[in-house]
Design a protein around this ligand. Structure first.
Ligand code: GLA
Length: 377
């Protein structure tokens, strides 16, 4: 799959700009558990997937950055300085600007972008775009950076320039993913442990097809509620909150539920890490189901369709557990499924979902891949 996209971007580059570009890839991600915890410095368990955004790059000897988005057939010039356009261009110019904030000036270059990370499905096509264009721009500037800095600068591009006040999870896993493993990541210290994934389990994504763009404000509102909760509890961030503090705290009912989600979700991430070490997939599945319930009842970021989908999936034979994944308000449901029965499970879930909602849901099984890298062969 990646070989085909590579050939497309190189061909596209040759016919538009000529010459032989270098090519950089960054993956989308799943998140097994730990949703809406990262911006409270909490715990998460993402894994990079075999869906990528590729950026072909060559210097052009001028001051100008020309960017062609191959799939959209749209080309733009990115001038120094940043003006928000409300389009995909913000992700690329935001990356350039974020690098400038870090003291890195990117010389003129031509970029061609193409990928196969589904957009709006909660698998972080935006982080894949940010990280792959960042690798290309760093190469153009002849700068070597750590994968941690790359993640932090890409997060700045999205929060400060695109305007979604996201945490660091997506950019971190896109830059640091390890094939065959999830990362048990502490978003406070950015320290992580590898969480080995059993070979007989498959990660099935079923897309509800419901889309609510995170820039629309629901995400920012949830983050604000978490900040309010921390403030009312006398804390800097919710990572340090406990159920006992909540019981004594003076929080509105809504803000209390937001905080309760973050506290219980952090606990579920720890429990999942333990269950994975013990290869106890039933336990992992059960924790995923509980995570969905908490996102639905306490954090209010699910919607009718993803509730239906998670419900159907978790009751399907061969499925250990399922939950809505990513920023929310729609997008995909992630199901943990026995590898042997994954095709049957996928068919059963999609048919039942169609019967209840009339929606034909795309689904795919993802492999757990390495993080961002240059493609040299
Ligand atoms: C989006 C954000 C992440 C994270 C998730 C929810 O994907 O980019 O930082 O907050 O939502 O867990």
């Amino acid at each position: 799959m990646i070989a085909q996209i590579k050939s497309d971007v190189v061909q596209g580059f040759r016919s538009r700009f000529g010459g032989s570009p270098r090519v950089f890839a960054a993956p989308g991600r799943i998140n097994i558990i730990g949703e809406h915890t990262d911006y409270s410095e909490g715990l998460v368990m993402p894994a990079a997937i075999d869906r990528f955004c590729l950026t072909a790059m060559a210097k052009n000897g001028s001051d100008t950055m020309r960017v062609l988005a191959l799939g959209r057939q749209e080309e733009t010039e990115i001038a120094p300085g940043f003006t928000r356009s409300g389009t995909w261009v913000d992700y690329v110019s935001g990356v350039r600007q974020s690098l400038r904030d870090a003291g890195i000036d990117v010389p003129g270059c031509d970029l061609v972008i193409q990928g196969n990370v589904p957009e709006g499905a909660g698998v972080s096509s935006s982080a894949a775009l940010e990280v792959s264009t960042m690798l290309a721009m760093l190469a153009c500037a002849d700068v070597t950076a750590s994968t941690i800095d790359i993640a932090l600068w890409a997060q700045t591009a999205e929060s400060k320039y695109v305007g979604v006040p996201c945490g660091v999870m997506d950019q971190f896993i896109s830059a640091n993913g390890i094939a065959g493993h999830a990362l048990f990541l502490d978003c406070r210290s950015l320290a992580y442990e590898r969480a080995p994934l059993p070979p007989d389990v498959a990660f099935l994504l079923v897309d509800s097809t419901v889309r609510h763009r995170l820039v629309d404000g629901g995400y920012a509102a949830r983050r604000k509620d978490c900040e309010t909760a921390a403030e009312r509890l006398g804390l800097r961030v919710l990572r340090d909150a406990s159920h006992a503090m909540l019981a004594k705290g003076d929080l509105s009912e809504r803000v209390m539920r937001r905080a309760r989600h973050v506290i219980s979700e952090n606990e579920r991430v720890v429990a999942t890490a333990t269950a994975l070490v013990a290869a106890d997939l039933s336990k992992v599945g059960c924790l995923m189901n509980l995570s969905h319930a908490s996102l639905r009842d306490d954090f209010d970021v699910t919607c009718r369709e993803t509730d239906i989908l998670a419900d159907i999936a978790s009751q399907t034979s061969g499925v250990y557990g399922a939950r809505q994944m990513g920023g929310g308000f729609g997008g995909a449901v992630l199901a943990l499924v026995d590898t042997d029965g994954v095709e049957t499970a996928s068919r059963t879930i999609c048919e039942a979902y169609r019967a209840q909602t009339g929606i034909a849901a795309p689904s795919f099984v993802c492999r757990i891949a390495d993080g961002a890298h240059e493609i040299t062969s």
